[in-house]
Design a protein around this ligand. Structure first.
Ligand code: ATP
Length: 291
């Protein structure tokens, strides 16, 4: 095994480039990930899925280095070892609609080389229970709701208790209660593993990530804590009874008042910033911030 650099991080990405045709999707992207839950935020097309696919070994970078647990995924033998140690929930999992939930997860377990039928079945039952799907084990995938399918996708990622979990928009389609349960599960998993998830939900980031990376056009424009991202908007969040004069970023809140980002509107009262405020202002300004 090749020793890479000076870091003990579970994942180390250095100067990774990836293009599709003439479009540069990741540009000299570098990141190190240790234990805990890191959230990736960014607008559509920012390169989040491309980064996750590279880490999940389903896509190779054009240039740069990736090391996962010190292993080099560009080497076939080391790539196999990396795959044994990671769980991946892709954005569009290929479901086999005629499989039952159990059969689908068992199929992935076989691909992951979980040998021994009894142990494999025990493991399939364990991950179905973790994701509240025990009752749906015998249900055909095509009959599952969107939220149940999403939990099934998470279940297969948990097979073999991987030390690295890569989750692409895992909370899509979950109802509020399932989202809460999901956050509790992922928080628990992150205590002893490396979890990297992409999301469009700033609430997910605030609730479960110790670290958040904001991507824009293939680069990290923020890398810090959720509270650090919120503080990007310090002194720039306002609540007012009437709509501010355009053009500024504002929206109506559940109590009927208007939340404005940026300059104070007439009669605006200063409000505490949240992760979403910081994220929106950051993308509006596209400045590089670290906190
Ligand atoms: N296999 C591919 N072939 C061609 N272009 C691709 C491919 N995969 C991604 N792209 C392009 O790369 C860019 C970044 O895509 P990516 O899916 O990584 O973004 P993202 O941040 O995950 O976006 P979203 O939030 O919409 O999922 C997009 O412009 C996309 O069209």
């Amino acid at each position: 095994m090749e020793k890479h650099g000076l870091t003990d991080a579970a994942v180390s990405v250095r100067d990774v480039n990836r293009r599709f045709g003439r479009k540069t999707v990741l540009e000299r992207f570098s990141v190190e990930l240790g234990r805990g839950v890191t959230g990736l935020l960014g607008p559509n097309g920012a390169g989040k899925t491309t980064l996750l696919r590279i880490l999940a070994t389903t896509l190779a970078p054009d240039a740069g280095e990736v090391r996962t647990f010190g292993l080099d995924p560009s080497d076939p033998a080391q790539r196999t070892e990396v795959r044994r140690r990671l769980g991946y929930l892709p954005q569009d999992p290929g479901y086999y609609p005629h499989f039952t939930a159990f059969e689908l997860v068992e199929y992935v377990a076989i691909l992951k080389e979980l040998t021994g039928r009894r142990e494999r079945h025990r493991e399939v039952r364990r991950v179905l229970a973790e994701t509240d799907l025990s009752g749906a084990a015998k249900t055909k995938v095509r009959k599952l709701s969107g939220g149940m399918r999403q939990r099934l996708a998470l279940a297969q990622a948990l097979l073999g208790d991987p030390a690295l979990l890569i989750l692409d928009e895992p909370t899509v389609g979950l109802d509020p209660e399932q989202r809460m349960r999901f956050r509790a599960l992922v928080s628990r998993l992150g205590e002893s593993r490396t979890v990297l998830l992409s999301t469009h939900q700033t609430e997910d980031v605030a609730a479960l990530c110790e670290r958040v990376i904001v991507m824009r056009e293939g680069r990290a424009v923020f890398d810090g804590t959720p509270s650090g991202l919120a503080s990007v908007a310090s002194g720039q969040v306002w609540l007012s009874e009437s709509a501010p004069p355009a053009p500024v970023l504002f929206w109506r809140t559940s109590d009927g008042r208007y939340r404005t980002l940026g300059a104070a509107p007439p009669g605006g009262l200063s409000a505490d910033p949240g992760v979403e405020d910081g994220y929106l202002l950051l993308l509006g300004n596209a400045a590089e911030v670290s906190a």
